[in-house]
Design a protein around this ligand. Sequence first.
Ligand SMILES: Nc1nc2c(ncn2[C@@H]2O[C@H](COP(=O)(O)OP(=O)(O)O)[C@@H](O)[C@H]2O)c(=O)[nH]1
Ligand SMILES: [Mg+2]
Length: 238
Amino acid sequence: MENRKIDISVVIPVYNEEKIICESVDELHKMMTGFGKNFEIIISENGSKDRTRELLSGICAKYSEVKYLTSDTPDYGAALKKGILAAQGEIVICDEIDLGIYDFYRNSIDIISGGEADLVIGSKLLSGAKDERPFFRHLATIIINFLLRILLGFKGSDTHGLKSFRRERLLPIASKCLVTKDLFASEFVIRAERENIKIKEIPLDVKEKRTPSINLFRRVPNVIKNLIKLFYALRIRG
Ligand SMILES: Nc1nc2c(ncn2[C@@H]2O[C@H](COP(=O)(O)OP(=O)(O)O)[C@@H](O)[C@H]2O)c(=O)[nH]1
Ligand SMILES: [Mg+2]
């Protein structure tokens, strides 16, 4: 187990997920074992107030491939970045605990291994995608994407979908990102575009296992604040 080369790291930020954490990690662990590659699963938790942490300790005791990181302030982007920086795998896959879209894992690993791209993004807006989330969440994705395109020249169709990437190529980019919360993923993808990383978007079929814990409209002030920060980080400081 120690010192073995890790082929794939799966990084998942989690927050107050006591209802689905155990079954989701069990399912993911089983699926990854079936792949026949060396893997690790990094659960990056912060700020949970429910039994998530306690359950994670039990999960890590059960599976040697599962690790968890924890800290006190809830922050999706900070958790994702921390997980990416801790990952050891040749390929890193960023997923969410309520998704687990394994077709994306398989397709993106093939694309990266075949040298077609170093970063693969699962898009909810690309032709062929299926977004089964509630209408207002789909609309929010369209609006954020539109703003990123007009304000920051983003060329793709979605910065928030699942991602897979070759770690050695993308690690310097993750390290440079300044913005946290919901827009870390946007900064990461836009910086990758600007640094001419080979990117390929593939359509995603998104169906959540539960409704999100944080109300969409309560996220708006933070998104606006971080959009301004992102604009400053990418337009002014480059
Ligand atoms: N560490 C961490 N994870 C979070 C936070 N908020 C959401 N997540 C995780 O991010 C993923 C997506 O969250 P979700 O509530 O479904 O929001 P969505 O992105 O709008 O679908 C899930 O794995 C959540 O547990 C947070 O503040 N901190
Ligand atoms: Mg979700």
